[in-house]
Write a new protein. Structure first.
Length: 612
């Protein structure tokens, strides 16, 4: 829902505030606010006007601002919601400083407005092999095309989010930064490239931006409306990414049958007392702990003292080394940037040789499937000062799991679908940090550190009568259990079609009884399944889609919204190519027209992907 000046009694400043505040409100808060305003209207004196109504919050009166506020546009491109969350916080901080802020997604931004902007802050993520997020594809193409305008009057800065374990770390942010400079823009401050533990770096970037922008305006008291929005936001977000909630585990059930090659767990967590709520399409972030066995081996190999105090943040807070390695720092993933830091720190000749530019493929091969313990052993990194060495490591990033339940159906609890990762490389057993912790080291009655991760780019249509098509193999089924359960509670009339695939029908049909019940009562209209290992010839979800191409195209023509969840590199790419083939076959489109059809669907939020 977006408020507009032309269809409401509000001015532009009020509309901007409402559009920033309203998405942060929970359903309970919206109901309370509606009831309060209704009561206010019924009890206020006849002479009172909307201008005199105030919420019963302990807030300071509005301050008079003499100087014209600095105008800033905060533009975000987000796949999973991280960038939108950061951009929203950035907007709030700017408004607290008296600046006039426009917060907008790259999907909704009108490119012809770019030339008129004075100050632009870009918060952008990178997908896969250096690609922009789905919501930023068209703006990225415009900015790098011939129609991009000269931007000599623009001041800008870029905050890039990425994952340093990928070769093209923060590539989209780098491209935006370089292109805006090519077009004549002037950097407010240099680009900041953030890894998965981005919170402190993002704060530093914002502080530097604020200092620069503040120099262009006189010190201004905080407008009361902006402070009200910030105060309400603070009350809503008691538990968050930086302040996770300890959620008790209700259930932790293995779903695969005996003989399966997979381990998939259905987990039910309590949200009681947290005030956390979620919507279908959102995720739960879990902060895992490293395996104590690996931590002990690492300490033994390095000769470090487990009780040595180690700083864990920029404020200088310290904890014992054992605790820092178990809870704070990532030790199971190697990246090229980490190897460079270690090589420079240790001056190890073997490691420096590996990092030679001519051995780039050797670096990729080395980091794949190895961890910090391997690095210490392989290059005999002995007698290292623990405090300085651990400062080279990146913080433990949270792991995101799509919610597999509807909050309406399961108030104050959340369900997750967790696929366990176990494999063997280089003579050692390897385990997924979070998935194996959930499987082996967490039981009902124990807890996990969690927060709700909003994903505004993967949402059910506002109109429950719209048809939906859901495509999710393996654990990609999780959000669609949430979707269908939500539509059951809403008594939605729209048709729904699910494509699900896994290895074996007997052992790997996740949530089978739920789907059968929903098919029987009509909540789920249609379901096609593909079990790739049950026959000699492997069959995947894209094969089922092709077999139903005529009807699937009819659903698209009827306005169906398509959702894809799962592996980006293989499954999601194959599904995308299959949709192109169906559009060519059934719609008599050429390849370029089919791609344009899907691009338009993305722009209309009728083609949404939650891929990893």
């Amino acid at each position: 829902m977006q408020f507009q000046v032309n269809n409401s009694p509000f001015n532009q400043e009020q509309v901007d505030l409402l559009n920033r505040l309203f998405p942060t409100l929970t359903e309970t808060q919206q109901i309370w606010l509606g009831g309060y305003l209704s009561a206010l209207q019924n009890t206020a004196p006849a002479a009172a006007s909307a201008d005199t109504a105030v919420l019963p919050l302990d807030l300071p009166a509005a301050a008079v601002t003499e100087a014209a506020p600095v105008e800033v546009t905060v533009l975000f491109g987000s796949q999973t919601g991280n960038c939108q969350e950061v951009a929203t916080k950035v907007s709030g901080k700017l408004e607290e400083k008296g600046m006039k802020v426009t917060l907008v997604s790259t999907a909704d931004f009108k490119p012809n407005k770019l030339k008129s902007l004075e100050n632009l802050l870009v918060v952008i993520s990178t997908q896969g092999e250096g690609d922009p997020p789905d919501t930023a594809i068209q703006f990225h193409e415009f900015l790098h095309g011939r129609r991009a305008p000269k931007l000599e009057a623009l001041n800008y800065s870029v905050l890039a989010l990425g994952d340093s374990s990928y070769e093209f770390f923060c590539e989209t942010g780098k491209q935006f930064d370089e292109r805006l400079a090519e077009l004549g823009g002037k950097r407010i401050i240099d680009r900041m490239d953030c890894d998965l533990d981005y919170d402190e770096d993002a704060e530093e970037w914002l502080e530097n931006v604020l200092n620069k922008l503040a120099a262009s305006q006189e010190a201004t008291p905080v407008p009361a409306a902006a402070e009200a929005a910030a105060t309400i936001e603070a009350k809503v977000a008691a538990f968050s990414r930086t302040n996770p909630f300890e959620a008790e585990i209700y259930e932790n059930l293995k779903m695969n049958g005996r003989g399966s090659n997979k381990e998939t767990y259905h987990m039910e967590l309590s949200l009681e007392g947290s005030n956390l709520e979620y919507e279908p399409g959102d995720s739960i972030g879990i902060y895992p702990e490293n395996d104590p066995v690996i931590v002990d081996e690492l300490i033994q190999e390095t000769g470090w003292a487990p009780d040595e105090l180690i700083p864990v943040n920029k404020k200088g807070d310290e904890v014992p080394l054992l605790e820092a390695l178990q809870k704070t720092y990532e030790i199971t993933v190697l990246t090229k940037p980490l190897l460079k830091k270690v090589a420079e720190f240790t001056q190890n000749p073997g490691l420096q040789l590996l990092l030679d530019q001519e051995n780039d493929e050797a670096v990729k091969e080395y980091v794949y499937g190895r961890d910090l313990l391997d690095l210490i052993r392989d290059y005999k990194l002995k007698d290292l000062p623990a405090k300085e060495f651990i400062a080279l490591l990146r913080k433990m990033p949270p792991r995101l799991y799509s919610v597999a339940s509807s909050y309406k159906a399961n108030p104050e609890e959340v369900h997750l679908t967790v696929g366990t990762v176990r494999y063997q490389t280089y003579g050692r057993e390897r385990n997924g940090v979070c998935s194996v912790q959930c499987a082996d080291r967490r039981e009902p009655g124990q807890s996990l550190s969690i927060y709700v991760h909003k994903n505004p780019n993967f949402k059910l249509p506002a109109d429950p009568d719209k048809p939906i098509i859901m495509i999710g193999p393996g654990t990609g089924i999780a959000p669609f259990r949430s979707f269908v359960e939500e539509r059951e509670m809403m008594e939605a009339k729209g048709k729904s079609w699910l494509f699900f695939g896994d290895q074996h029908f007997v052992t790997d049909f996740l949530y089978q009884t739920d789907w059968q019940r929903w098919l029987k009562d009509g909540t789920l209209t249609k379901m096609d399944v593909a079990f790739s290992r049950d026959k000699a010839e492997k069959v995947y979800v894209q094969h089922r889609m092709l077999a139903q191409s005529k009807e699937l195209f009819e659903w698209l023509q009827d306005g169906a919204v398509v959702y894809v969840c799962g592996d980006e590199k293989n499954m999601a790419s194959d599904v995308h190519d299959t949709l192109v083939t169906i559009l060519e076959r059934e719609g008599n489109l050429n390849t370029e027209e089919a791609h344009r059809y899907l691009a338009e669907m993305q722009q209309e939020k009728r083609y949404q992907r939650d891929v990893y």
